[in-house]
Design a protein around this ligand. Structure first.
Ligand code: FAD
Length: 581
């Protein structure tokens, strides 16, 4: 932080308010109605710095209070910026425990933390507005928002916020693939409210199936639970529901075991395809032992009030009657992101493309992270000529081992696919790969021309993969971006990133690198499958305890940690509660 800014912060603390927050409120007319514009909450930029004024803090606006947005806020040095947060949700939700809420294993309140608590712990100074952003205008650096909880004193619910930096962490919505009937008849499992609705719906199905004057056929239909999507969310929900029915509900609905049925419909050939084959096979085998029917190779084409209609490979249309259907087939793009993508020439994409520094392409000062964005990794082959030119310091037209070694670190940092490729070929260094390509045997001096260099690296880009849409990625990106913002001043003079291939000097920051810490698939009956780094697989009761300890440790606050652990204990002692509230 500069001396000027330190002085300014001290002054602001002494006088008890932030002199940069002048809070100019402008009301202007838009489309016949008035729109409140929070035009400039910073110091007046027209007064030159040095005439008794300190440089204004840059204004950072964060959209979203999910994994990416909250981790960014928690890690940001908020004293350096004028920070504003906009989200229709005034809390952070620990989404990996949503399936546990659907069956009452954990209470909804135990997994949420008010965002204002998180802000308060940062020492205040961060503004939160409970509103949704419906338009991003990157050319004028403004966002348009609508309050979710009513209107302000002038009867307005809409307002405009300007920014210097915009952090877009809007997540994603459930993807229905435009399948008719899904929004009307299916439950989703994306938000806390969804999980609460599912819980009520399960109990209602059991109560309705217990009413008199029903045939067994009717009761079976009421107690048929169809889950569309065999990914981690669908599988975990199926396992939770199975435990709920067979451990708790059977005690109060005596015919539950005989009448209730759980089906998982999956369009692909396997469930849990993102996991190791051993895990997906174990899950299938366990589900078949537990009586959960898995229908793979079926695509749902329509959902009506009474049935899920699906088509198999060699079978025609099959109707599955249901009492409750849950749709969990992946994620789609939010409308505000779709509009932004069209505006910045990314209309043909599924999510916002950013570079490896999480900057949205063609948008000055806009960063995107989490489920709403994906990093489009620069290919080695796009830059191969430039890499060669930078490495060839003596301009001899060939690269020596020394020249290659000088840029090796930069290449591996800028293009992580190089390291992955070397790993796949069980090689230690790029020199081994270049050696192999040039047909050299140990001892000979390596020297490569541009064609040999190209040939050696031609398959490297096949290792480029999109990062998964997970909380792990979102939170690592949030922490990374906050770190970049925190050292923005320092790296100005001493950039820390790899060599720029185009132009001279170094990039200001190191690019984002994802570190995979493993993934879990709870399969019910106190058994969990874990795939840990280094392809270490563990399935069973031991992994379930690992799951308990990791999920308890990852809670966002001590309050939620204690609440979640006590919910688990309560479930062990008393079972799950089945009241319909
Ligand atoms: P989110 O966490 O979805 O946050 C988006 C934020 O944007 C929210 O605060 C939302 O209110 C806000 N927002 C939305 N629209 C607007 C708007 N118009 N204006 C302003 N704000 C807006 N991942 C794992 O790694 N491990 C797991 O075990 C795991 N389990 C999961 C289980 C379930 C049931 C689900 C649904 C997901 C699970 N995930 C898991 C995935 C993980 O939850 C997501 O990848 C993660 O939430 C993405 O974080 P995000 O910040 O991008 O989006």
């Amino acid at each position: 932080m500069s001396r000027q800014r330190e002085f300014f912060d001290l002054a602001s603390r002494l006088i008890g308010r932030s002199p940069t927050f002048s809070g100019i409120l402008v009301v202007c007319a838009v489309g016949g109605g008035s729109l409140v514009v929070y035009a400039d909450s910073r110091a007046d930029p027209s007064i030159p710095v040095g005439q008794g004024q300190v440089p204004p803090k840059k204004k950072v606006v964060v959209l979203g209070t999910g994994w990416a947005g909250t981790t960014f806020l928690k890690n940001l040095d908020s004293s350096m910026y004028d920070v504003h947060v906009v989200s229709p949700r005034n809390y952070f939700a620990f989404t990996p425990l949503l399936p546990s809420i659907t069956c009452g294993t954990v209470d909804a309140r135990s997994i949420v933390e008010p965002i204002r608590n998180i802000i308060r712990k940062k020492g205040g100074g961060i503004q939160f507005w409970e509103a949704e952003c419906f338009k991003i205008d990157p050319s004028n650096k403004k966002i348009y928002c609508r309050a979710t909880g009513g209107t302000n004193i002038n009867g307005n619910s809409e307002f405009v916020v300007d920014y210097d930096y915009l952090v877009v962490a809007l997540g994603a919505k459930a993807n229905t693939f435009n399948t008719p009937g899904v929004p009307e008849h299916c439950h989703f499992l994306k938000e806390v409210e969804d999980a609460q609705k599912i819980r009520r719906s399960i109990i209602e199905c059991f109560e309705e199936a217990s009413l008199p004057n029903l045939t067994d056929e009717d009761r079976k239909r009421k107690l048929q639970f169809v889950i569309v999507g065999g990914g981690p969310t669908g599988v975990e929900f199926a396992a939770e529901l199975h435990d709920f029915v067979n451990k708790d509900l059977v005690k109060i609905y005596p015919r539950a075991r005989e009448l209730a049925k759980i089906l998982v419909v999956e369009a692909g050939e396997h469930i849990l395809t993102m996991f190791d084959k051993r895990i997906s096979e174990f899950a299938l085998e366990k589900f078949s032992r537990d009586g959960i029917e898995v229908k793979t190779g079926y695509k749902v084409v329509k959902v009506t009030e009474k049935s899920v209609c699906m088509v198999g490979k060699d079978v025609g249309e099959v109707d599955l009657p249901y009492g409750m259907a849950v749709w969990s087939t992946g994620i789609g793009t939010r409308p505000v992101i779709l509009d932004l993508m069209k505006e910045v020439g990314q209309g043909n994409r599924r999510v916002l493309a950013t570079d490896e520094w999480l900057r949205v392409r063609e948008c000055d000062g806009v960063y995107a992270l989490g489920d709403c964005a994906s990093i489009s990794q620069r290919r080695v082959m796009e830059d191969i000529g430039a890499i060669f030119r930078v490495a060839d310091k003596d301009k001899s037209g060939t690269l020596t081992v020394k020249e290659i070694q000088d840029v090796l670190g930069d290449i591996c940092e800028r293009y992580p696919q190089v390291e992955l490729y070397l790993k796949s070929k069980q090689m230690k260094s790029l020199v081994d790969l270049l050696d192999e390509s040039a047909g050299k045997v140990g001892g000979e001096t390596l020297e490569l021309n541009i064609d040999q260099f190209k040939k050696a690296l031609e398959h490297v880009d096949f290792q480029v993969k999109n990062l998964p849409a997970t909380a792990q990625v979102a939170s690592q990106q949030g922490a990374y971006l906050a770190r970049c913002f925190n050292i923005m001043d320092k790296v100005e003079e001493n950039p820390e990133g790899p060599l720029r291939i185009t132009g001279s000097g170094r990039h200001r920051f190191r690019p984002f690198r994802y570190k995979h810490l493993g993934q879990f698939a709870p399969l019910g009956g106190e058994q969990t499958a874990a795939q840990l780094p280094g392809d270490w697989i563990s399935i069973g009761y031991g992994s379930q305890w690992l799951w308990y300890s990791i999920y308890a440790s990852k809670q966002v606050s001590w309050r939620t940690r204690v609440a979640v652990v006590s919910n688990w204990l309560r479930r062990f002692i008393f079972g799950r509660d089945s009241s319909c509230i």
